[in-house]
Design a binder for this molecule. Structure first.
Ligand code: GLP
Length: 257
């Protein structure tokens, strides 16, 4: 994705971008189903993915798209919440997507929130092994944090990092406060797929909407590849694309004139 911007796709709005991503996923689901094979998707949570989830649900409910051959891995999870806590990213995924699709329960994979500290390492290693057993991730969908994080890989996360426990950045906790009553209640730590894990997906699609993402998107796409801004690692991936709406693309477009 070097500074030539060739991997950049700008859409009229988040809905039209999400329709495009969903149709790519739908094509792959059908193609693999016709071969009797499964397809593996990686999902982020966050506001950015809500229109994509809505489109996938629409394709299932209105267009007859069926998901029995779909395997999923979620990117990240807060640490320290009870299993089933409505604020967990697992619960968010169920509400926004999985409750409305026919993906078999045993095909959906999540990092757990309620682990004893001594169980974390083995859990993360098992998650990596599960991804490998599934044949790797075909399409990984990503959002971007305003500090340039992907999943919960905060600035400083190495390019070869694997699934692990991380401490959340201050800005990430502030951005999560709307789901928790107070900042003090936002977890301080999380589990996340690593940058290396994410970069092994065969296809990466990063989506960002709105003016508040414009500056960080510009730095991720045209700035140096650096652990200070983990989303910049996508520049080194052979099949990464960035889907934007016009406000998120505004700084890039202005500077490329
Ligand atoms: C969160 C998640 C990411 C998400 C990002 C952007 O903290 N860990 O997976 O993509 O930040 O969130 P949003 O889409 O709500 O802006």
């Amino acid at each position: 994705m070097s500074a030539d911007l060739s991997r950049l796709r700008i859409f009229e709005n988040p809905d039209s971008a999400s329709v495009c991503v969903a149709s790519e996923m739908a094509r792959l689901i059908r193609e693999r189903a016709s071969l009797g094979r499964s397809v593996v998707f990686g999902f982020a949570t966050g506001e950015t993915l809500v229109p994509l989830f809505a489109e996938l649900v629409y394709l299932h409910q209105e267009e007859g798209l069926s998901f029995p051959n779909v395997v999923t891995f979620n990117l990240d999870e807060y640490l320290g919440l009870e299993a089933g806590d409505p604020r967990s990213l697992h619960a968010v995924m169920m509400r926004n997507l999985f409750d409305h699709l026919d993906i078999p329960a045993h095909n959906r994979h999540f990092l757990h929130s309620d682990l004893r500290p001594s169980a974390i390492k083995a859990h993360c290693a098992a998650y990596e092994a599960e991804i490998a057993r599934a044949g790797g991730i075909d399409i990984q969908v990503l959002g971007i944090g305003r500090n340039g994080h992907i999943a919960f890989n905060e600035p400083g996360s190495p390019i070869d990092s694997r699934t692990r426990r991380v401490m959340l950045a201050g800005s990430t906790r502030v951005d999560a406060v709307s789901e928790f009553a107070t900042l003090a209640q936002v977890p301080i730590a999380a589990l996340t797929m690593g940058c290396g894990t994410i970069l092994e997906a065969r296809r990466l699609i990063l989506m960002a909407w709105g003016a508040k993402k414009a500056r960080i998107v510009r730095r991720a796409i045209t700035g140096p590849v650096t652990a200070k801004l983990p989303a910049s690692f996508l520049q080194s991936h052979p099949s990464a694309q960035v889907f934007l709406d016009p406000p998120a693309a505004a700084v890039l477009v202005r500077e490329s004139r």
